[in-house]
Design a protein around this ligand. Structure first.
Ligand code: NAP
Ligand code: FE
Length: 356
């Protein structure tokens, strides 16, 4: 399915566009995580919007962080048993990515998990997404990243799964602790940087990245502990969505590719894990491109960026074993290696992983 998403990024987006949400079908399955959507008001907003139109719904609240293929299959079976005609993902990237894959699988003749990773059929149930973190941009990307336990890593499903509707409201970030804001806003930053420093970058993606970096820069102090007002929270959401648009055009590159084993096997949150490799990645790129990224993010050089990362997260080094595994896994992913605008041989991957 091609990108044809209706996106609203505004205060009370869900309430304001309840009619468009309810128009997606007769009965919804709301896909969400264990608790945060109950605490930040997003689940209530979605339920009120559906109820105001007499639209039925069931709730699947079993999405874990870094959602697994198994969870998606369980939810897709439940969606079919409950005759859900459309899916609403509510939460962080985990809930949104799971919702995309569920919308795909629930509509198939059977719910065999292998369908997620085979063929190029992008058909799915109608799908709306309501993000509550400011990092993945999943609400505008075609990507659904799932944990595949047999592989010991995470893998994007083979299908391009854009939603029909994205309803984005910064108020849901009010309950987010600083560490979550940091992790997710850093994810958005890495999307912007990886989209720019990418062989698939073109004029359109560069224009989007430029806009996103400007927004991200205006909220950087929030990561450093400055309290955020409502406008700032909405800007953080917008920067994340724009970063999602950028990677929807270019895909991510090596820092994301290296990060997955750190998340799966060392439990390091996604944004922090990707951020671990970002300075080393920039250092491999042309000087003029390095300058571009550093100027727009407000760092004088790569060392200052790396010091900033360590200040936010601590200077702890990932252990050599996991870094080696990350390199070996990425080395098998030849299409990903080609997205780096330099010769991504094993030496380059080691330099990125060992950059201090
Ligand atoms: P997340 O894994 O969705 O959520 C992390 C934690 O934050 C969960 O415990 C969640 O609680 C909680 N949470 C969510 N919103 C909250 C809020 N407003 N206030 C307080 N707590 C909140 O985190 P994420 O960083 O947004 O998503 C990471 C996932 O997205 C990874 O699997 C990553 O691979 C994927 N990703 C996807 C794309 C894409 O294009 N599709 C791009 C980058 C990353 P609950 O569990 O209770 O909900
Ligand atoms: Fe990411």
């Amino acid at each position: 399915m091609n990108e044809n998403i209706t996106v609203y990024s505004e205060r009370e987006a869900v309430r304001n566009h309840a009619d468009e949400l309810a128009a997606l079908g007769k009965k919804a399955m709301i896909v969400t995580g264990g608790s945060s959507s109950r605490n930040n008001g997003s689940l209530d907003d979605v339920i009120s919007a559906l109820s105001s139109h007499g639209t039925e719904y069931v709730i699947f609240d079993g999405v874990e962080e870094n959602p697994s293929v198994e969870t998606v299959v369980t939810a897709a079976v439940a969606a079919r048993e409950n005759n859900a005609g459309f899916i609403i993902g509510v939460g962080g990237g985990s809930a949104l990515d799971a919702a995309k894959a569920i919308a795909f699988l629930a509509e198939k003749e059977n719910t065999d998990h292998k369908l997620l990773y085979s063929g190029n059929d992008d058909s799915r149930l109608p799908l709306a997404l309501v993000p509550t973190t400011c990092g993945t941009g999943s609400e505008v990307t075609p990507v659904s990243v799932l944990t595949v336990s047999q592989l010991g890593t995470k893998k994007s499903v083979s299908h391009r799964l854009f939603p029909d509707l994205a309803l984005i409201d910064g108020k849901y970030l009010k309950t987010a602790p600083l560490t979550l804001i940091r992790n997710t806003s850093l994810d958005a930053l890495t999307h912007l940087i990886e989209s720019r420093l990418n062989t698939k970058a073109d004029n359109e993606s560069r224009r989007i990245v430029d806009e996103g970096l400007q927004m991200w820069r205006s909220t950087r102090e929030v990561l450093e502990g400055k309290p955020a007002d409502d406008e700032m929270l909405q800007t953080m959401m917008k920067a994340s969505t724009i970063a999602g648009r950028a990677i929807a055009l270019t895909s991510t590159t090596l820092p994301h590719g290296l990060s997955y084993p750190l998340t799966i096997r060392r439990n390091i949150p996604h944004g922090k894990a990707v951020g671990y490799f970002i300075a080393g990645y920039i250092a491999e790129c042309e000087k003029s491109e390095q300058r571009y990224v550093l100027d727009r993010t407000g760092f004088s050089d790569i060392n200052e960026l790396q010091a900033w990362y360590k200040e936010l997260y601590g200077a702890e080094k990932a252990d050599g074993g996991i870094l080696n595994d990350a390199i070996e896994l990425l080395w098998l992913n030849k299409p990903k290696l080609k997205t780096a605008p330099f010769n991504a041989d094993l030496d380059a991957l080691r330099r990125i992983a060992e950059y201090t």
